[in-house]
Structure formats: C-alpha cells, structure tokens
Design a protein around this ligand. Structure first.
Ligand SMILES: [Zn+2]
Ligand SMILES: [Zn+2]
Length: 527
C-alpha cells in the first residue's frame, strides 16, 4: 500500500515533453512511479480526471528573505502552485550581515524585503536558517554580494582596499559553506555599482573555475543593456563560472524590439562556446523598485543624508534635469518610463498617503509644478523612502524572452511591509498559464511548465526538483488549466490566484480543493 495516488491525470512532466495520460504514485515524500497503475492501492487517492499533473513550480527569484519569518507565510505562493522559492536576489540577502552594520543594511533592504524583525538572525547564513520558522514550501537562499560589500566597506566607499576584498571573500566562502545556493549581484544598486569590471572579478575570484551559480541584476537594463550583458559574459569567460541574467528586459520605447533579440543571440553564442549562461524574465511590463533609482548612481553616494542634501540644491537639480533629458550612461527611468509611467506605491508621511497609486505626472499637475521638482521635493521630505512601479518594458519583448530556450520564469516578488505590492507577488505563475499560454498562445503548456520547473531547477542545480518522474521529490500540482485565474491588478494587487486544486510539498498536501491546509512540509534547500 502506497501513501498517495494521483489517478487519471494528464502529466506535463517539466522536461518540455508533450502531455500524456498517467497515474502518479507517491511514497515517503518521493514520486515512486508514473504510468498506468490500475492495480495500485493507496491510503489516499486524488482524482485528476480532466486535470493536469505537473511538478511544483519553482521561483528562483523572490525577495521573501524576511517575509519567510512572518506568521502565515506562504499562502500567495502556494495558491499559484509554487513549492520552491529562492531568496537573496539582486545582491540583497538578509544574511550574512556584519553586526555593527545591521541597522544600516536593514534600512537599505527595507523597501524590498520589508521591516527586519528582531527575531531574524543575520550574523551568518547558518544562523538565519537555524531560526527560520517552519514553512509550507521549500526555501533556499543566494548570498547577496551587495550585502557582503556593504558589510565590509559600507555604502559610501567607492574604491575598496585589500582588506575589504579579504573580508568579502571570507564572508562569501562562509555563506557558501552554510548552504547558499549561489551568489547574487546587484550591479544597478549601491554599493556594487561602484565596482569596475576588474574589481568585480576580484570580488568574485573565490568562485573561479567552480560551478557555483552567479545571478546578476545587471548594471544597466535600458539603452546600455547590451554593454552590461557583454560585461557579464566577460566575467563568465574569464572566471569560468555559470552566469544567469536576472529579469532580462530592455527599458524604454526606443529599445523595444531591438535590444532583446540581440541580447539573446549574444547569450546563444556564449552558450555555444560552452559557457553556462541563461536568463529569466517576469511576465509584467512594469517593474518595482525605489524611486531614488531614477537618479544616476553617482548621485547616490555617501548615504541617504547626503542624497537628501544634494536634492535640495538648485544647481544639482538643474544638472539632473539635463542628465535626465540626455539619458546617457545610466538607466534613465524617468525618461524611459516617462513621469506618467512612474506610480508611487509607498510613502511614509501621513500627508503624502493620498499620493499612493498616483503617477509623478499626476502629482506634479496637482501641485502646479514641473515633474522633476515634484519628484525631488517628495524624495526630500520622505527621506528617499519611496517605492514605485515603473512601466518601462514591452510585452512583445517579454514574449521574445519567454520563447527563447535559454529562459526561465521568475517573479522578482518584493515584500515591503507598507504600501502597495506589485501584482507579480500573488500572480506570476498563474499569469503565465492564463495569459501567455491560454489567452495569447505564445507558449505551449509544456513549454511554460518547463520554464517554471526543470529549467529553474537546472539553473541553481537543485537536485530532486523540477521533473515529475520516479525518484524525484513529490512536489506536485494538480489543476484544470481553463480554471486558472489571477485576479490581482496594479490597483488591487493582493488577490490570491484561483484554480490550483492540489499542491503537494514533499508528498504532503499543502493545498486541497483550492485552499491552503496549513501543513508545513517545506525544507530549507542547501547547496
Ligand atoms: Zn533586480
Ligand atoms: Zn530582484
């Protein structure tokens, strides 16, 4: 007698192979058999007639480092079929954080990861894992190279010394020893934006020749995206390391349809040379980040006090206006998205709360001001703590990336503790199946499932994950694809996805008849 049998379903096994009819037998948290099993007896039988049976979905790019410590964590994830998530992306991880800099780094992480509770252990990745509450789904961590650098040298120092590199190397090796699945880079953000390519390679030198994955939020994602990609291919070639481009996109109308095909062919060519490279994308035309990232990186030096002071200076504002107009040398989001394409999602001061959900263009019109002054005034009085969603990408570029064999699906979900979330937090994986497969038909269901299961498992070398086959972990979804729906919108993002009938995590039923059961069978995945 086996533990559980999923009978009469249509299996989409994660490899990209066409769907086929089969039963699935589960025992001791593992898949033991897939095929026609009319004789099988099980303690529990789930009928999957008319439904798909797939591996649990894997999101290798979330920012739930601190959310994983919050009570009730996991519902938005499970309801869209996620059974494995990986945090610590974009150079930002909640551990390891040097104790003397914890307050400073926690403040920096806050808009992305939310408030840092005292219960989170950040001294080492081992301590972080040790105290992480039980979770209903599997979680893993990358170690953020930005946090390592900030721990060694803070956010203001531009040129590092020998002792700083030593400290970075030591902390990186320790985090990898503690079970980090790889290293994440955030070259678009301080302090990593200060690295030259040579310095970056020096910081990453302990990884040379090893198969430890490096994921990267590149230096630029607009007009300079191809140069930024070339830089990462150079790093991959010289250090002989796997490099995975996070949330590939080309921001700004002028770049749409032009840069992405070129970027994919550069990756293709590197792949032919034998480099382990690839990319991922989130399926939304808006991103979400801090409003200060409309500024050129050199204006972000010296910490927030210094930035606030600068933005009050009329001369600086005049110069900034010219640089935004010119748009050279940095991701000029104000120009690429337009002031009407930047909507504010969180503001602290009570008098600014009415502006949540409004665009800078709308607020400027209300104030009778030009948009740049309006934006700078808001940043000054909010002490730069404002987040936005910025509409800067093209859906056709997203389709081009999704159709490439080199890509997998991610969410880039961020978990701020105030303001509006991006709908991708609750919706990404159902949105792919509902919109890109069912409504637009730009991917087959087996292609889409592959990009949400086996492909991401390969990128981060996750054994036992991503394929529905005998011997693999019993992370399994059962659903009718025509019933899937994600109701979230930019105005009302926190809506649970609908239509995922059963979600199994290591063979335990985490979602039953569309509702979370509260079972916490998730493990921490260590390298
Ligand atoms: Zn990023
Ligand atoms: Zn990210």
């Amino acid at each position: 007698m086996i533990d559980l049998l999923i009978r009469d379903g249509t299996v989409v096994d994660g490899t990209g192979r066409a769907p086929y009819a089969a039963d699935v037998a589960v025992e001791n948290g593992k898949i033991v058999e897939v095929g026609q099993l009319p004789e099988a007896h099980a303690r529990r039988v789930i009928s999957a007639r008319g439904k798909l049976v797939t591996p649990g979905f894997i999101d290798i790019h979330r920012h739930a480092d601190l959310a994983a410590y919050r009570p009730g964590f996991g519902q938005p994830e499970l309801r869209q079929g996620l059974t494995t998530i990986v945090n610590g992306n974009c150079g930002l991880s909640a551990a390891p954080i040097r104790r003397s800099r914890r307050a400073e780094i926690a403040a920096y992480l806050q808009p992305i990861c939310g408030q840092m509770p005292a219960s989170v252990s950040t001294d080492s990745l081992a301590a972080y894992f040790e105290n992480q509450p039980d979770s209903p789904l599997h979680t893993g961590m990358l170690v953020g190279a930005g946090v390592l650098r900030a721990g060694a040298a803070g956010y203001a120092l531009e040129r590092l010394e020998e002792k700083h590199y030593k400290a970075i190397h030591k902390a990186m090796e320790q985090a990898l020893g503690d079970g980090a699945l790889g290293v994440s880079l955030g070259l678009g953000y301080a302090p990593e934006c200060f690295y030259t390519t040579e310095e970056l390679m020096r910081a990453l030198s302990p990884l040379a020749g090893q198969s430890i994955p490096v994921t990267v939020h590149m230096r630029q994602e607009g007009g300079g995206v191809l140069e930024a990609l070339e830089e990462m291919l150079t790093v991959a070639r010289k250090l002989r390391i796997p490099v995975h481009i996070s949330h590939l996109k080309a921001m700004g109308r002028d770049n749409w349809g032009v840069k992405i095909p070129r970027a994919l062919s550069m990756l293709e060519q590197a792949r032919q040379e034998g480099l382990e490279v690839g990319c991922d994308a989130y399926p939304y035309t808006a991103g979400s980040t801090q409003l200060i990232h409309i500024l050129p990186p050199d204006l972000l030096t010296g910490g927030m006090e210094a930035v606030v002071k600068r933005l009050q200076d009329k001369g600086v504002r005049r110069e900034l206006a010219a640089r935004i107009e010119d748009g050279c040398g940095f991701d000029d989001i104000a120009k690429l998205a337009g002031w009407d394409g930047i909507r504010l999602t969180s503001l602290h001061c009570p008098e600014d709360h009415p502006y949540q959900g409004k665009s800078i263009a709308e607020i400027a019109a209300l104030w009778g001001q030009n948009p740049l002054d309006c934006c700078c005034d808001l940043l000054v009085r909010e002490h730069c703590e404002i987040t936005m969603v910025d509409f800067m990408a093209s859906e056709e570029d997203i389709v081009t990336i999704l159709q490439s064999p080199l890509s997998n699906v991610i969410s880039d979900a961020t978990y701020p503790t105030e303001g509006l979330l991006h709908p991708r937090v609750y919706g990404t994986f159902v949105h792919i199946l509902e919109h890109f497969v069912r409504e637009r038909g730009v991917l087959t269901v087996e292609q889409a499932i592959h990009k949400m299961t086996q492909k991401p498992a390969e990128v981060l070398h996750l054994p036992g994950k991503g394929v529905l086959a005998a011997g693999m972990d019993a992370d399994i979804n059962v659903f009718a694809p025509e019933k899937l729906h994600q109701p979230g919108t930019y105005e009302n993002p926190c809506c649970l996805a609908e239509g995922m009938d059963y979600v199994l995590v290591d063979g335990a039923v985490a979602v039953e008849k569309g509702k979370c059961t509260g079972v916490k069978a998730g493990r921490i995945l260590r390298r």
